[in-house]
Design a protein around this ligand. Structure first.
Ligand SMILES: Cc1cc2nc3c(=O)[nH]c(=O)nc-3n(C[C@H](O)[C@H](O)[C@H](O)COP(=O)(O)OP(=O)(O)OC[C@H]3O[C@@H](n4cnc5c(N)ncnc54)[C@H](O)[C@@H]3O)c2cc1C
Ligand SMILES: Cc1cc2nc3c(=O)[nH]c(=O)nc-3n(C[C@H](O)[C@H](O)[C@H](O)COP(=O)(O)O)c2cc1C
Length: 466
């Protein structure tokens, strides 16, 4: 063989050997990393560690899990991130709080990396209660479900995971968030909840909304003299070039870009339920002015109720919130809400009125009838003209004992069952703390857990709670 050929052959062999060595080292490094990750997972969980688990095919859910963990760490929380495939029920039981970011494939299936975990997601044994507490009793969870609404089983695995966690005894921190094709607005909604968990209201949006410039046309105090925080009805008119007629549906949300006292934008959005219809020619909001423990105004509510003045521009974008759109048909509707939760219900009642659907029952709760009967004239008129077949207002502080909407529903259990037997849907809007849980527990007792779950599957039990 000619020496040049020999040298070339030696080079090829040498290169091949180097490649083999590199590949072996890489595999060893990966094995070590996996072993370390597994070791880290098996290490005792420091108290109050929050688990962020992900199920991913291409790595998108993993990157969102990392971003989620970063937001929580910014609030000083201890967070562990893990692939769902590295976990099982026993490991989950070591955490008090767990967030899951999970995508869906095929017929509502998990991504391949979570197939083994999914195989363990068996229905809870019917007699589990008799043998003691379920395995995840005392834990709390939330699910960010990634999917694509072009598929029949939209976010199917995320929903299945949430139902399984619930069946294992864990309680939801907040409602499942569906993300259609990476929708940044849905991710901002997830971020709202992360901010509350982290105790940080100033975390910048992962992706800023594309705001339009609306105008604050009017602001009216709804509860002068109230024991509660001041609450306002805001009227916002659209930019001249906006197609105001097609802009939103009852149930949709306004994303607002708050500004500082001196006008500079903040980089964290705020969400408010829209209380009006496009036919009103304006977006109306019911906004409660919030203050922190130090007395400082909330960023969003402070901007809308104090800093911005009538005539000022307001950065606003509509977030479509399909989950809270009115039923497509005239089925009976039970609308339950407290405080500013009346906003979303008000838009729904207006939509039902416009469609001529009159089997509507409003159950509204606030503190005192004398000061907190928000939008009383509208509501009385709708009761008078038959838009509201039934109207119940529950004022918690007008009698010695506290009475809330959930107490009223329990007292009206027979009527609730009769409406549901007639095909009614139940829509709940307002406080996540207190009201939403109390109403859910009341409905479980009135209708039974299984029936309420079926209603949820069928879209007959919907919530917009915050
Ligand atoms: C889908 C959705 C719909 C909403 N609709 C309305 C609505 O119609 N009307 C309305 O007034 N608000 C509504 N909110 C709440 C609103 O988005 C803000 O969270 C609220 O205005 C407080 O924000 P802030 O910037 O003024 O206060 P921040 O600067 O965020 O915080 C100020 C203080 O308020 C506390 N806080 C912040 N957010 C909440 C909260 N959600 N619940 C209890 N305490 C809180 C903080 O811990 C802090 O002490 C909605 C939220 C969501 C997610
Ligand atoms: C082949 C394929 C099948 C999918 N099937 C579904 C499905 O049945 N339901 C759904 O909601 N999304 C489905 N999706 C969308 C994914 O869940 C979505 O793109 C998700 O963001 C992917 O996240 P990941 O890359 O982290 O796994 C599918 C996507 C692909 C590519």
């Amino acid at each position: 063989m000619a020496p040049t050929r020999l040298i070339a052959a030696a080079c090829v062999v040498g290169l091949w050997l180097l490649l083999c060595l590199w590949a072996r080292r890489r595999a060893q490094r990966q094995e070590t990393q996996l072993a370390l990750a597994q070791q880290a997972l098996e290490a005792p969980v420091p108290e109050d560690t929050l688990l962020v688990a992900y199920a991913t095919q291409t790595g998108y859910a993993e990157s969102l899990a990392e971003q989620t963990a970063e937001s929580l760490r910014a609030g000083g929380l201890t967070v562990r991130v893990a692939a769902l495939g590295q976990l099982d029920l026993a490991r989950l039981a070591g955490y008090r709080r767990m967030l899951f970011v999970a995508s869906t494939y095929g017929e509502g299936d998990p991504p391949d990396t979570a197939a083994a975990f999914s195989d363990q997601m068996l229905p809870a044994a019917p007699d589990a209660g008799r043998r003691g507490l379920p395995p995840l009793a005392g834990s709390q969870y939330a699910v960010l479900a990634l999917g694509d609404s072009e598929y029949a089983n939209f976010c199917g695995f995320g929903h299945r995971l949430g139902e399984w966690l619930h069946a294992q005894g864990a309680a939801p921190l907040f409602d499942l968030v569906e993300v259609d094709n990476g929708d940044p607005a849905a991710l901002r909604h997830w971020q709202h909840h992360l901010g509350l968990l982290a105790g940080r209201s100033d975390l910048p949006d992962w992706q800023a909304p594309a705001y339009q410039s609306w105008r604050l046309a009017a602001r009216e105090r709804l509860n002068p003299g109230s024991q509660g925080g001041p609450c306002y009805l805001l009227t916002l008119t659209p930019p001249a070039d906006a197609d105001a007629g097609a802009g939103w549906q009852a149930g949709d949300i306004a994303e607002i870009g708050p500004r500082r006292e001196a006008g500079g934008p903040l980089h964290a959005h705020r969400e408010y339920s829209i209380a009006s219809l496009p036919a009103d020619g304006a977006i109306q909001l019911l906004v409660r002015q919030m203050r922190g423990a130090d007395g400082a105004l909330g960023l969003g509510s402070g901007w809308l109720t104090h800093i911005a003045q009538p005539g000022d521009a307001i950065d606003l974008r509509v977030r479509v919130n399909r989950n809270f759109h009115a039923p497509a048909d005239g089925r009976p509707l039970i609308l339950v809400g407290n405080g500013t939760g009346l906003a979303g219900l008000r838009a729904l009642i207006k939509a039902r009125r416009a469609a001529g659907h009159r089997r509507n029952w409003l159950v509204f709760g606030e503190r005192n009838a004398a000061h907190d009967w928000f939008c009383k004239n509208d509501i009385a008129a709708w009761h008078g003209d038959g838009t509201l077949e039934r109207l119940d207002a529950v004022f918690s502080r007008d009698q010695p004992e506290r009475r809330y909407v959930q107490h009223h529903l329990r007292e009206q259990a027979d009527t609730v069952r009769a409406w549901v037997d007639d095909g009614a849907a139940i829509y709940v809007c307002g406080s996540l703390q207190g009201m939403a849980g109390g109403v859910d527990a009341a409905l479980q007792d009135i209708l039974g857990d299984a029936r309420l779950q079926v209603m949820q599957h069928e879209g007959r039990y919907r919530r917009d709670v915050y």
